[in-house]
Structures are given as structure tokens and as C-alpha cells.
Ligand binder design. Structure first.
Ligand SMILES: [Zn+2]
Length: 208
């Protein structure tokens, strides 16, 4: 997968999970006996798309900017390495070992210091690992337990690697579809930010 698929599908799945979590919490709250509950009309903020979609709740828990960066981080690290005389675009940052270390550190930081910045990056890296189907490349995913070497590239490294990525992008139908879906989600996300005039505050603070 490439940029839009990783960012879009990560955003989409994170929003979906936060939406399910919100609904579950709402149902639990509704089961509690409330003697004299007054049903107030939904406010303008309640009707906003960011609230309806669960995007607002997600940004209350995680910095969505870091989630997006995390969703691309393995490629940001490994793709430039592939231009050197080793690596194939999926090496050290695509391993389960690195993912686990970042994830555990993120969980510890969130639990002990209530800082979720590293957890946001770790969740993004996890979705990248998942959407790259890394289980189909066990030599990389299980490094170094399945051998110290990473798989050798199918085509010559260096600038030839860039043309290989480009030809894969334009010739592989499943990649086109996932990139298209991802692009639609990213556009929807941008549309919500622009419509609700939250683009600036999002870029500054990660809050929506
Ligand atoms: Zn990747």
C-alpha cells in the first residue's frame, strides 16, 4: 500500500473503533437508572460531523496528527533505506519487534504518565503493519528470529526501486482500489476540518 491507503484506512478504522466505543459507552450509560432525566435538544456542536462520526472523540484520546504520522512512519524510515545498496522498502521499521517495542513503550507512557503521543504513533504503525499484510513476509515481520538478513529486492535498488514502486502503483488493481478508498477518506476528513473551521487548530494542536 501507498500513502493515501495507509493514511485513509488508518483514519477510517480509528474513527470506526472510537465510534463503536462511544456507542457502547452510551448504551451502558442509558442502562443506568436516572430519576429525572431531561432530554435536551441536540446543540449545534452535537450535530457536527466531527462529533457524529466519532472524529472528535478520537482526537480527545489521541493526537490524530501523530496517528497519521505513525501510519506512514515505517515507509518514511524504510523507503529511503531502500535507495541505499541494501533493503527493499520494507526492512527494520516493518518488523514486529520494532512495532512491539514502540507499542509497549507507548502503553507504559500512557498508563504511568498519561501521555498518549507515543501510543498514537504506535497505533498508526500497527495499522501500517496490518495493511501491508506483513504476515505474508515472515522473513521481515519476524526479524531477527527468522534470520538476520532482510529479503533481497526483486529489482535493482537505487533509483530503479522508485520506478518499480511506480509501475506497481499503476498496474496493480487492488492497490488502485485501496488508494482510491484511502483518498476518499482523507478528502472527507479534510472536508470536515474545513467546513467546521478546525483545520488551523488541528494543525496546531491535533484537536478537532
Ligand atoms: Zn510499508
Amino acid at each position: 500500500m501507498f500513502i493515501f491507503a495507509h493514511i485513509g484506512l488508518t483514519l477510517g478504522s480509528a474513527v470506526l473503533v472510537s465510534k463503536v466505543f462511544l456507542e457502547y459507552r452510551k448504551r451502558c450509560e442509558n442502562k443506568l437508572p436516572v430519576p429525572s432525566r431531561v432530554t435536551a435538544a441536540p446543540s449545534e456542536a452535537d450535530r457536527s460531523y466531527s462529533k457524529k462520526t466519532g472524529l472528535k472523540a478520537l482526537s480527545g484520546f489521541l493526537d490524530v496528527r501523530l496517528l497519521i504520522i505513525g501510519s506512514m512512519l515505517p515507509d518514511i524510515v524504510d523507503k529511503p533505506i531502500a535507495l541505499l545498496p541494501f533493503g527493499n522498502g520494507r526492512s527494520i521499521a516493518h518488523t514486529a519487534l520494532v512495532l512491539l517495542v514502540v507499542l509497549i513503550a507507548g502503553l507504559l507512557l500512557a498508563k504511568n504518565l498519561r501521555k498518549t503521543w507515543l501510543l498514537a504513533i504506535a497505533i498508526g504503525m500497527f495499522t501500517h503493519f496490518f495493511f501491508d499484510s506483513m504476515w505474508s513476509s515472515p522473513q521481515t515481520a519476524l526479524w531477527p528470529f527468522d534470520g538476520l538478513a532482510f529479503p533481497t529486492p526483486a529489482q535493482r535498488i537505487g533509483l530503479g526501486q522508485i520506478s518499480l514502486w511506480w509501475s506497481t502503483l499503476i498496474s496493480n488493481r487492488s492497490i488502485d482500489i485501496s488508494e482510491g478508498i484511502g483518498l476518499l477518506i482523507v478528502m472527507g476528513f479534510m472536508w470536515i476540518l474545513v467546513c467546521e473551521r478546525k483545520l488551523k487548530s488541528f494543525l496546531k494542536s491535533g484537536k478537532i
